[in-house]
Design a protein around this ligand. Structure first.
Ligand SMILES: Nc1ncnc2c1ncn2[C@@H]1O[C@H](COP(=O)(O)OP(=O)(O)OP(=O)(O)O)[C@@H](O)[C@H]1O
Ligand SMILES: [Mg+2]
Length: 272
């Protein structure tokens, strides 16, 4: 089935003082799709996220978003394009209320600069409800973030990511350090984002977190993209085997090569 990829990162290269963090990487995402981005420590996952968010600019390569070409992206490009990013290093303000956090850095104001507090609270309440925030303490926009569990705190990050207009959320390791139950809350959020027809690029080391929610996987290894496949083509056990093999050899294993979208022109042409 052909799917329209509204977001494409094309041939991205990024080096840091001689270290090649990303080598000619292509990553794309279609509307309503969850792409799992996988790879060991140092694979280049967060570097990719930071190229999208404008923390870094690519050495070469570009982005094609809704058909428009960008040599680099900035925070305001992302806002305009409806791309929201939750970085691996969390940026919530734990002593602040939920509504403050949801609108952190993008507060709604009147022309004179006064905050539209009631509107922000109202929209936060709507967002929490829409996300299925049912735990008592989490439901009020006035609650302070540090009183919430880690899972709900991540949930607030995702609520920010969902924004009100966001189309694509990029989440860098949102389940790290969370308990089983908290991770499940975060993964349920990802499913809800998808249900709303929005797209997600989800980064995690834990394939047992990724596998149930993702539609497609992209594997990075030491800065290179080594494989890409659809969930429907691979069981979780096979995926686990593929990842172990890549960690050992740096290559997509031959026995699964027919599943690899990147190296299979027939799959690629029907898929692109
Ligand atoms: N600001 C920087 N300066 C120098 N080197 C960097 C910088 N940021 C990343 N790197 C290097 O680039 C490579 C990729 O790092 P990156 O953080 O993107 O990996 P990652 O896949 O996110 O790893 P992890 O799973 O540990 O989060 C690593 O070798 C890292 O040391
Ligand atoms: Mg990282």
């Amino acid at each position: 089935m052909r799917t329209e990829k509204f977001f494409r990162a094309v041939d991205l290269v990024k080096t840091f003082e001689g270290i090649v963090a990303l080598k000619h990487i292509n990553i794309d995402v279609a509307q309503g799709e969850v792409v799992g981005l996988v790879g060991d420590n140092g694979a280049g996952k967060s570097t990719f996220v930071k190229l999208v968010s404008g923390v870094y600019r690519p050495d070469s390569g570009y982005f094609l978003i809704n058909g428009k070409k960008f040599e680099r992206l900035t925070i305001s490009d992302c806002q305009q394009l409806g791309i929201t990013i939750v970085h691996q290093e969390s940026t919530t303000a734990d002593k602040q209320t939920i509504w403050r956090n949801v609108f952190l850095g993008k507060e709604l104001t009147y022309p004179l600069g006064f905050l539209k507090i009631n509107e922000m609270k109202r929209r936060t309440a709507e967002l929490l409800e829409g996300l299925g925030f049912v735990a008592e303490r989490a439901t009020s926009p006035d609650n302070v973030l540090r009183n919430l569990s880690g899972g709900f705190r991540q949930g607030i990050q995702l609520a920010r990511a969902l924004d009100f207009t966001a189309n694509l959320a990029i989440l860098d390791e949102p389940t790290v350090g969370l308990s089983l139950a908290e991770s499940q809350i975060v993964l349920d959020f990802v499913s809800k984002i998808k249900e709303k027809g929005k797209s997600v690029i989800l980064i995690s080391h834990n394939i047992y977190h990724l596998y149930p929610v993702a539609d497609r996987f992209v594997i990075l290894d030491r800065g290179s993209k080594v494989g890409e496949f659809l969930k429907k083509d691979m069981t979780i056990d096979d995926m686990s085997r593929v990842l172990v093999s890549i960690a050992r050899t740096g290559h997509f294993p031959k026995e699964f090569e027919d599943k690899n979208i990147d190296s299979n022109p027939i799959v690629r042409s029907t898929y692109d």
